[in-house]
Design a protein around this ligand. Structure first.
Ligand code: ZN
Length: 322
């Protein structure tokens, strides 16, 4: 049994300053802030969700911005890089934009012969890539940011895990999560599911002997995979339990339901349902504008708002010098 439609649901990372995080992802990169909520386990801190217009599964990068978070260290046993999909014709636009916003980046390199990759880091050292490939056309970007629609980011392209040994994780991806090995280049093994387009790709990079990663600002907290519904999620849970994985009970994250487990290399994996999605508690046109808290926290809203750091809308519409 494998998940019938797998692929990436979202990637969640740790940041430090919430305003800089918002400015970078909603401003510089032009993603839509689709949900401004709190960390359900610590409501004195935010949880930001960035994505396309509606925050479809496969477009979402979320952050826990912890103002005093110490910087983590990238290393083995971690998901390390979040790559976003862009169209090949957008490479020049993005290079110009990164220069204008004073983001240091590496000159584009070719990967797997047909992908042009621009790599850079955010202010916490989080490793981000823009991957230019024609398959980005199959996804849509958020038209409401300061980035022209034709150049907008088309969702998450892939996530890269660094592993001391790649085989056990590869087996989990292929035998349980519905992926297939599609390509190899040097130390990178590419797994994909579905149409193999943006949001369906996991790259395993084998880094034997590399130091272990440590959690903190600039590192990925977990990677979530898609389950079309709760029945599929429960089937996956049963399958994982049979393979002796310790899987959490289902948790209600308001916008989806989640289960969590650690894959053999040590990365925290989640399986999240596609629904109900981000319009469950506010209309599509107003996503991300107001602070949302789960119903069971509403009675404490005043206190929660008082404890959260102040933030303002990102500067995307006027550019960095406005
Ligand atoms: Zn998650």
């Amino acid at each position: 049994m494998t998940l019938s439609t797998a692929g990436i649901h979202h990637v969640t990372a740790i940041a430090s300053d919430p305003q800089r995080n918002l400015d970078f992802y909603a401003g510089t990169l032009g993603l839509r802030l689709v949900k401004r909520t709190v960390n359900f386990d610590d409501p004195t801190t935010y949880h930001f969700y960035f994505g396309d217009e509606s925050g479809k599964p496969g477009t979402i990068l979320t952050f826990f911005p912890w103002p005093n978070a110490r910087r983590g260290r990238q290393g083995a046993g971690q998901a390390v890089v979040c790559s976003f999909a862009i169209m090949p014709a957008s490479v020049g636009f993005w290079i110009e934009r990164l220069v204008r916003y004073q983001v240091e980046f590496q000159q584009p390199v070719l990967r797997f012969e047909d992908e042009r990759v621009i790599a850079f880091k955010d202010h916490d050292g989080f490793m981000v890539e823009l991957v230019a490939h024609p398959t980005a056309e199959s996804r849509t970007g958020w038209p409401g940011s300061g980035v022209p629609t034709e150049h907008a980011i088309r969702g998450v392209h892939s996530v890269t895990l660094w592993q001391d040994a790649c085989e056990p994780t590869g087996d989990l991806l292929t035998q349980t999560l519905g992926f297939r090995l599609v390509r190899e280049q040097g130390s990178i093994y590419r797994y994909a599911t579905g149409d193999g387009g943006p949001g369906t790709i996991v790259d395993l990079r084998c880094v034997p002997g590399l130091w272990r990663g440590t959690s903190g600002a600039g590192t990925i907290h977990h990677v979530a995979f898609r389950a079309p519904d709760e029945a599929a999620q429960m089937e996956a849970r049963a399958q994982l339990a049979l393979l002796a994985y310790t899987v959490t009970p289902q948790m209600d994250r308001d916008y989806f339901k989640s289960i969590y487990f650690r894959e053999p290399g040590g990365v925290l994996f989640e399986i999240a349902t596609d629904g109900p999605g981000f319009t469950i508690d506010e209309p599509l046109e107003a996503l991300g504008q107001a602070l949302r808290v789960p119903d069971w926290m509403e009675s404490r809203r005043f206190e929660i708002e008082a404890l959260l750091p102040n933030i303002h809308a990102p500067l995307e519409l006027h550019g960095p010098n406005a």
